[in-house]
Design a protein around this ligand. Structure first.
Ligand code: IPD
Length: 261
């Protein structure tokens, strides 16, 4: 029987809400362990939220493939794949900045079919099903129509490794004088939702992982945005750009001129 993406969305929604509620109980003293670099942090709360989601998936969808940030890898081998970021915006969470979320996406045969991004601090639940539009708290989302890069508000993010950050700074140095302004808000998934919601005109970043971008990419696309890598690549670990379709080509060229790849 063909899989109903809405039933997969329901599972993602339930688990994102439960994980978000758990994360809202942030302890006063939160200690962080280092991952890829000393500033790339993981806390007991990231791990507890991921455990909750993985246990929920194991109960409801045993055998599916799961790619989860904190477990650092892939488990299972089914045609249905779940991309789980239990806490995107970990550094904000660590410092008590209310800009973090739970992100869960699901794909069938490699194609994204449903995505949920839950921002518990703002009580905002972003959701999308492929071909069914994107919503925030059930209200339809639409990206902006700003076509002029000089008037565009961009979001971006930076990696944790010093060499990657130096390259990102070089690109930013060239982009910043040519756009309205740039925001670095600290959660890739929420940045993509901001494109969907028209809170920024575009977002770009390099060095992301599939759990960072999968749900947000579907939500942004379903809100009308074009989301691709540069030079015709799909979204991935190289630079990924999400923008309204009227802006995409100009920003793409601006990024390439700036040395992004
Ligand atoms: C990070 C955030 C950040 C982005 C980084 C991501 P994490 O994820 O999304 O905004 O710039 O590239 O790694 O570490 O908070 O899960």
């Amino acid at each position: 029987m063909p899989l109903d993406p809405s039933s997969l969305l329901d599972i993602a929604t339930t688990l994102a809400l439960e994980a978000g509620d758990l994360l809202l109980h942030r302890p006063a003293h939160l200690t962080a362990a280092a991952k890829s670099t000393p500033t790339d942090a993981v806390t007991a709360m990231d791990r507890a939220a991921e455990r909750l989601i993985l246990d929920g998936l194991a109960q409801r969808r045993p055998g599916d493939t799961v790619v989860a940030e904190e477990s650092g890898g892939v488990s299972g081998a089914g045609d249905v794949t779940w991309w789980v970021d239990p806490l995107d915006g970990t550094v904000n969470y660590l410092y008590g900045v209310p800009q973090w979320c739970v992100s869960i996406a699901v794909g069938v045969d490699g194609e994204l079919v449903a995505g949920v991004v839950y921002d518990p601090a703002k009580h905002e639940l972003y959701r999308a099903v492929r071909g069914g539009g994107a919503t925030c708290n059930d209200a339809p989302l639409r990206c902006t129509q700003q076509a002029d890069p000089a008037m565009a508000l961009l979001a971006t993010g930076f990696g944790y490794a010093a060499t990657a950050r130096a390259e990102q700074a070089d690109v930013l140095r060239s982009v910043l004088p040519r756009v309205r302004d740039v925001r670095r808000m600290g959660s890739a998934a929420l940045d993509l939702c901001a494109v969907a919601a028209g809170r920024v005109d575009a977002y770009y970043e390099s060095g992301m992982h599939p759990w960072d971008w999968s749900a947000g990419v579907l939500i942004a696309r379903e809100a009308g945005a074009r989301v691709e890598g540069l030079q015709g690549r799909p979204p991935g670990s190289h630079t990924t750009l999400a923008a309204n379709p009227a802006l995409f080509a100009a920003l793409h060229d601006l990024l390439v001129d700036a040395g992004a790849y």
